[in-house]
Design a protein around this ligand. Structure first.
Ligand code: AMP
Length: 212
């Protein structure tokens, strides 16, 4: 199965992708995480990527498309989290799959209101060691500020600062939201209500997948 999980920043794509990985054994290809790993390596490319991410802009299409192609070549069942993010990326993905005689099964769109997104992103905490994500209100850690899994201190992502959040949501509206129409035309878009608690959102996602 080949899925895309789509929605504005803060909608919980990464968390739901992890649950889907556990439930169905799908591999996650999360471009945000892949790019953050490159930043961690402190290479010249990593420094360039960091500046773009910290400003809330999209990283160069050529870089991201190459990274995704390299990974999807090797696996049959996956969830794309954070990709594609604009029309150029969506077309590159479509053509690449077509060349290989493959296609996407479903695009799950988690529709979430702006107020909910801002609240969630400003209360998001991450573990820099294992990558686990928490949310102060909806998914808090057992001990304040400490990762349940590896007991490391939790931090805020640098791009979760209020002014960057605003820019990221703006970038999403301008560049990524038009893809909803693209996938609606392909008849593979399924929408779930993201303004619910995470368990209900996930139950709706499962409901969609059980139908295909
Ligand atoms: P995310 O973790 O998905 O919220 O992504 C964090 C940041 O990584 C974004 O704000 C972008 O700067 C960058 N990024 C992630 N995925 C992509 C993509 N498909 N295209 C361009 N930039 C991306």
């Amino acid at each position: 199965m080949k899925l895309i999980i789509m929605g504005p920043p803060g909608t919980g794509k990464g968390t739901h992708a992890t649950h889907l990985q556990n439930k169905y054994g799908l591999q996650i290809i999360g471009t945000g995480n892949i790019l953050r790993q490159e930043v961690e390596k402190k290479t010249e490319l990593g420094e360039k990527i960091k500046a773009t991410m910290d400003a809330g802009h999209l990283v160069d299409d050529a870089i991201v498309i190459e990274v995704v192609k390299k990974r999807i070549k090797l696996i049959k069942s996956y969830i794309l989290d954070g990709f594609p993010r604009n029309t150029e990326q969506a077309l590159a993905l479509k053509n690449f799959l077509k060349e290989r005689g493959e296609h996407l099964d479903t695009v799950i769109y988690i529709e979430t209101s702006e107020q909910e997104l801002t609240e969630r992103l400003s209360g998001r905490l991450v573990c820099n060691k294992c990558g686990r994500v928490y949310q102060i209100r909806t998914m808090p850690p057992q001990m304040t500020g400490v990762c349940d899994t590896c007991k490391q201190s939790l931090t805020h992502r640098e791009d979760d600062a209020p002014e960057v959040i605003k820019k990221r949501i703006e970038t999403y509206r301008e560049q990524t939201e038009p893809l909803l129409e693209f996938y609606r035309d392909e008849d593979i878009l399924k929408t779930v209500n993201g303004n619910q608690d995470p368990e209900s959102v996930f139950a709706d996602i499962i409901g969609v997948l059980e139908q295909i």
